[in-house]
Write a protein that binds this ligand. Structure first.
Ligand code: GAL
Length: 849
């Protein structure tokens, strides 16, 4: 049989070289992650014990005991683990569970315990435990005593252990999490899924997130750096504290380098059990701006002294940059107009689930950067601190978002249950933690909240944020922009965020009431596709979606259509595409979740139409468990759309991409449309050396070139692209031979032996000439030898029920992924092997250092 093949390697090679260029220029894989806070901070991730009560993975229940927090409770049989931990990602996927949250059994009651000692020398110190995030309804106990709660799973929070800590003896920290009383429109994960830290301070110390740096004046010659420092005095006596801050440049490894300024010293009096804020100032000469191209940063190191003795040292990384949003000029970063080329992303990391991992996140951001993405929207909740640190390091702008709902939920047990009691605390927690990040350029108080027309609520939340940080604009993602505008709720905001519905833009532009509100596409397109699938006639087949990039739900549009809108209304600030990466859950259009209807809040006809479709879908019970919205699939493999965005977002980068693949033995002589994505403006397509004609883009109108009457014949498709009349880029797709072997390539061949650093290894099924064979799905077995282990596998197939932990998985359209880490503390050579019956197997070595 004449099988088909696709010269994927050219684009991947380009991608790789480019990725490398970016990697070695503006950021490096080895840069340290800096954490704002006291220097006496220790990772508290290791040696936890875990047990799951309530709902079990198979749907049965185990009754929760009454006293799992008590010091005498027997936890001998609990599972030993290290954080971050997502208890639900091991599944199993269950067809009876909701596709909306990934068909994973994430609901349950999780208990964690940690036995630890603090040295006797710590007597008199304040001891805190900082959680970067715990899903959800966290209740914290120390030595059997209740310490506190933080229900919203996406916020970071601090617990003061001091009252119950026993120095020089064993302590037991117990954490109860409850996801049974939480609902979500996407996979939220479950557990202590972010890092935990033990912080020790003197009773007189910088408060949690107690520094706030602004840069009120910036010129090429100098920048004024203002810093508000809040000092807590948790001692029993009033104190006089001296506060001093020095500013260091952060070097290329993210380490403090040259000292560039010293703030004026401030002496403050603080009564017992209170706090006081002092504002100090410094001048940084010849400031190096933080920018998306050159993400320079500084570190403010604050020391607090009492009676001449240093009692606390606190680090605050920051950047110097200006941001301006002008209704008729767009967004200016350091005075230069930047079009927002953003992507929305949920927090999960594909096969790793919600458990945060820096290498995984860095890989995602590297892929997005290579595409030309310059901004991230943290949909629809505060992100892990590492995301903001990486955005600062790598040069991304961040739309930092608080909520998916306010007082009225989208699901039964949404944030609506917490709103009254927690909205102020949650908003302040987000702003305090994130306000020193130069990458954060917009605060968002919500996404398509049901209360988006409510003037009072909008004003209240915007005022809370403004009260904490008046230097960044506040927005809200509207799916009922008319409602928000007509009610006047929008007036409380600085920026208008519009999700979809841009067909109204001309009307808004003509209305004098709306003219002065800078507007951006806070969510756009929602194009859906499955990597490597191409259908003719009907875009939706076998629970997959054609990759011709013309499929989207009723509220969405193609990427090209949004580009046209952006070109037509250049005063729009840009867009955040839904989404950069596929995510677990929300497998629209195979999602039978009613929240889909919310996008047609004011259109009863559309709601009715969609409700009928959802009814039909429910009867069929789709196996889909992850999204199709991603420009990049769940395994991190670019879909065709990646190249469409790259062609538009990186106009100076020579590239061309042909779709579909050219393995269609059943289509000989049949019309098989060919699309080309290129940053050029003209292209000529050849089939087996014969020209199929030259096509030219009309600026502002065409973003792809389409040859829609190509009759399929096996062989070679080649495109030669031009820009301004000169040859610019080419791409070739060939009909491949039969699958013959497996090939491996790793994003990183040297990893740290810290038990967390990861290597992502891509497996391709190729023919004997090394061309990736599309439509091939052989079962692949993975194994490792040496000091490493397999963390997870994936292939990007949204319908696969194979566990992410499985060491066997079929390729999906010629590709699969294995994620490997080194065993903690074990260095040496890790050999990763991939085998498949009838194919030449392959292995590669990763070094653990
Ligand atoms: C939006 C919503 C997103 C996601 C998207 C899918 O309305 O804000 O969270 O659901 O639709 O198209």
């Amino acid at each position: 049989m004449n099988s088909i093949k696709r010269l994927f390697s050219l684009n991947i090679a380009i991608l790789f070289i480019l990725g490398l260029m970016i990697t070695t220029s503006s950021f490096s894989q080895d840069k340290a992650i800096i954490r704002m806070g006291a220097t006496d901070t220790h990772s508290f991730d290791d040696s936890w014990l875990f047990i799951r009560y309530g709902l079990q993975p198979d749907g049965s229940r185990i009754e929760e005991p009454q006293n799992a927090e008590s010091t005498t409770y027997n936890d001998n049989a609990w599972q030993k683990l290290s954080l971050p931990h997502d208890w639900a990602i091991t599944g199993p996927f269950r067809i009876d569970l909701e596709g909306g949250t990934g068909k994973l059994p994430w609901k349950g009651i999780g208990w964690y315990r940690k036995h630890f000692t603090v040295p006797a020398a710590d007597a008199g110190q304040q001891i805190f435990v900082d959680f970067d995030g715990a899903m959800a309804n966290a209740k914290i106990y120390l030595n059997g005593h209740y310490v506190g709660t933080w229900p919203y799973g996406y916020n970071s929070f601090r617990m003061d252990l001091t009252p119950y800590i026993k120095v020089g003896k064993e302590n037991i920290l117990a954490v109860r999490l409850d996801t049974e009383n939480w609902d979500s429109r996407w996979y939220p994960g479950a557990g202590i899924y972010r890092h935990v830290w033990l912080v020790k301070t003197n009773p007189v110390h910088v408060a949690n997130w107690g520094t706030y740096i602004t840069t009120p004046t910036i010129s090429d010659a100098s920048a004024t750096v203002k810093m508000a420092v809040t000092i807590d005095n948790q001692s029993k006596l009033p104190v006089e504290a001296s506060v001093q801050t020095a500013v260091f440049e952060l070097d290329s490894h993210n380490k403090p380098g040259a000292k560039v300024a010293l703030f004026n010293k401030s002496i403050i009096k603080i009564e017992a059990d209170t706090n006081t804020t002092t504002t100090i100032q410094a001048i940084v000469k010849d400031p190096k701006r933080w920018d998306i191209i050159s993400p320079n940063r500084y570190m403010a190191q604050t020391t607090v002294s009492v009676n001449g003795k240093v009692v606390d040292t606190y680090n605050t990384p920051f950047g110097i940059r200006t941001i301006e949003f002008i209704a008729d000029r767009g967004f200016l970063l350091n005075g230069r107009r930047i079009e927002i080329q953003g992507t929305c992303n949920h927090h999960d990391l594909g096969a790793l689930g919600a458990a945060i991992n820096t290498s995984a996140l860095r890989r995602e951001l590297t892929i997005l950067k290579t595409m030309g993405c310059n901004a991230l929207r943290t949909s629809h909740n505060p992100p892990a601190p590492e995301l903001l640190e990486l955005a600062d390091q790598m040069g991304f702008l961040v739309w930092d978002e608080a909520f998916d709902c306010w007082k009225h939920g989208k699901r039964e047990l949404d944030y609506n249950k917490l709103y009254d009691e927690w909205n102020v605390r949650d908003l302040k927690a987000m702003v305090h933690r994130d306000e020193n990040h130069p990458s954060v350029f917009i605060w968002s108080i919500g996404n398509e909240v049901m209360d988006q027309r409510n003037v009072e609520m909008t004003k209240h939340l915007a005022d809370v944020v403004r009260g904490e940080d008046p230097t960044r604009p506040i927005s809200n993602g509207y799916n009922d922009p008319d409602g928000g505008r007509e009610s006047g709720a929008v007036e409380a905001l600085d920026l208008m965020g519009v999700n979809y519905f841009f067909n109204q833009q001309a009307k808004w532009d003509a209305d004098p009431r709306y003219k002065n509100k800078p507007t951006m596409g806070s969510e756009t397109s929602s194009c859906v596709s499955s990597r490597g699938e191409y259908f003719f006639g009907n875009d939706y087949q076998n629970w997959q979606i054609s990759s011709y990039d013309n499929a989207y739900p009723g509220w969405g549009c193609s990427p090209d259509e949004q580009f046209r809108t952006n070109a037509k209304y250049p005063h729009l600030l840009g867009e955040f595409v839904w989404t950069g990466f596929d995510y677990i859950g929300e497998p629209t259009p195979y999602n039978s979740d009613e929240t889909n209807l919310q996008n047609f809040r004011n259109d009863p006809e559309k709601r009715k139409e969609l409700a009928a479709k959802l009814d039909e879908l429910r009867k069929k019970n789709p196996p889909s468990r992850s999204s199709y919205f991603g420009i990049v699939d769940l395994a991190g493999f670019p879909k065709d759309r990646f190249y469409l965005y790259q062609s538009h977002w990186r106009p100076d980068y020579p590239m061309a991409h042909i779709l579909p693949h050219w393995n269609w033995p059943e289509r000989i002589g049949k019309i098989t449309p060919v699309n080309v994505y290129t940053s050029g403006d003209e292209a000529e397509l050849f089939l087996n050396g014969k020209s199929l004609g030259r096509k030219t883009k009309i600026p502002g109108k065409d973003f792809r070139l389409v040859w829609d009457s190509v009759k399929y014949a096996p062989g070679e498709l080649k495109v030669v692209c031009y820009k301004n009349g000169k040859q610019w880029a080419t791409d070739v797709v060939k009909t491949t031979g039969e699958a013959a072997r497996l090939t491996l390539s790793a994003d990183r061949t040297v990893i740290k032996a810290d038990g967390a650093d990861l290597s992502y290894i891509t497996v391709k099924v190729t023919d004997k000439d090394g061309l990736m064979v599309p439509r091939s799905h052989p079962l692949i077995k993975f194994s490792v030898a040496g000091p490493g282990e397999i963390v997870a596998t994936d292939n990007g197939d949204a319908t696969s029920f194979v566990s992410f932990q499985s060491h066997e998985r079929p390729a999906f359209n010629g590709m699969a992924l294995v994620i490997v880490k080194a065993k903690k503390g074990q260095t040496g050579k890790i050999v990763v092997k991939a085998e498949s019956a009838g194919l030449v197997s392959t292995a590669m070595a990763i070094t653990s250092k």
